[in-house]
Design a protein around this ligand. Sequence first.
Ligand code: GLU
Length: 555
Amino acid sequence: MSNNANIDYTYLANLLFPDVTETEADLEERYPPRNLPVGAVVSRLAPSPTGFVHLGNLVQGMTSERLCRQSGGVLFLRIEDTDAKREVKGAVDALIKGLSYYGISFDEGATANGDVGNYGPYRQRQRKDIYAVFAKKLVCEGKAYPCFATEEELEAIRAEQTKAKVNLGYYGPYAKWRDRSIDEIKEKLDAGVPWVLRFRSEGSIQNKFKFNDLIKGTIDVTENDIDHILLKSDGIPTYHFAHVVDDHLMRTTHVVRGDEWLPSLPFHLQLFAALGWKPPKYLHIGPLMKMEGESKRKLSKRKDPELAISYYAREGFTKEAVREYIMTILNSNYEDWRRANPAADYTEFKFSYKKMNPAGSLFDAAKLRDISKNVVATLSARQVYDETLAWADEYDPDFARVLRQNEKTALDMLSIGRGVPKPRKDITVWSDVKGYIGFAFDEYFKIEDPYPEETDKDIIKKALTSFLDTYDYSDTQEVWFSKIKDIAAAIGYAPDMKLYKQNPSAYAGNVADVASMIRIAVTGRQNSPDLYAVMRAIGEENVRRRINKMIKCLS
Ligand code: GLU
């Protein structure tokens, strides 16, 4: 073990932690093993409250959530707030809200109103006393020691290592406080010099071993030889130490986290062993990537707004679509399953970590949009109306007001081409709805596609006037259309397409051109959903007013 066998570790531990009276046994008793069926997964989401809730949180959250729910286990939320500098006010609420929107709810842990559950507190800064018990135990066993090195001294070590071209870090001969005498330590303590607690690593980088990660498979790992910091000078632990203590006491069976933690894994395993604990199973998830030109790169907070969960809410993606898309990137067989089970709830799918891509997943925004479009196409007009309204209340209050004032028209517009075997797919996100049906409301109606320059204004006027003369709101679609055909014939346009195609030069145009003249007057656009249905939705008075206005404009 230590080179300094003379030192009385118990004495040192009491010097460093005079107030710690609890023992490991007390904590083992307070947080007993969970009484769950064999195979039940206990997992957690352990985000730092930085205020930035990202897709990685959702990907990890959904993975843990599926594994826990499918096995009858427990999912909890632990807030990793050991880095006070990065903490943002309101971040915990934003996290909980962001995740619950996508159906991730926790059995225990941090909530908007404090902590719930028997394994708390679930915020690391509130667990300082717990970490101290295990820090003291490690010191008692000669496995941790105080280090008084100043920033300047650490910098000097780094300079020496750089010059000697050896690995950087506090290890071996560079670990200056590893084997100091008790007198030297006491002198510093008495002088009130700040200290950190370091792990006394017995590892060597010459030693490699195999490790089985549930996503990455069997990987080669090199032992850790660095005397990493366990407790910072304010007694707050580093992530490494905190996670080991917490996941042991909270009885986590599966740690699902980003693979940026893989390099620290040897140290984490070493800590579990030093504390005499069995490590949990690890699932290291690869990063989300996107194509940039020919190559892939990780999604970045700075460059990619779509990395933030808030982006999806703001754009107005349905939560179903986002969830559906994440399932497709998490499990390679999900899409096939979905094709075979189009109407099933996603929770019926048998999620498996074995189907996860060890290298990470490509985030394909076009595919997400495609999924979203298909999801929205399956919703009822009422669902689309309600969800759009909820979205607009937050992001487009003026549109929310218009929707509320014109609920029936909005519902009629949204019903067009919906609930049929091949539904229309005009809406991808809620922010599309205004562009799609907005013309139905006077607030947003405007002529977006004027008549082409070359068209004869008098002919258009004539067509519109004739239309109004015969227009009857109660006409069936057939009668309505036959009237348009009649108008076509009267102004020298082909009344049906077949005739027109047989001899196009015999006509000035065809019935579709006449419909288009009316369409532009009524909707302001060359393209719109079914014109007859649109006229029914916006009402007779509106139709007449818009056409009359157009006739006036053409005069
Ligand atoms: N706080 C860590 C992070 O946000 C958690 C890693 C873990 O899940 O253990 O990356």
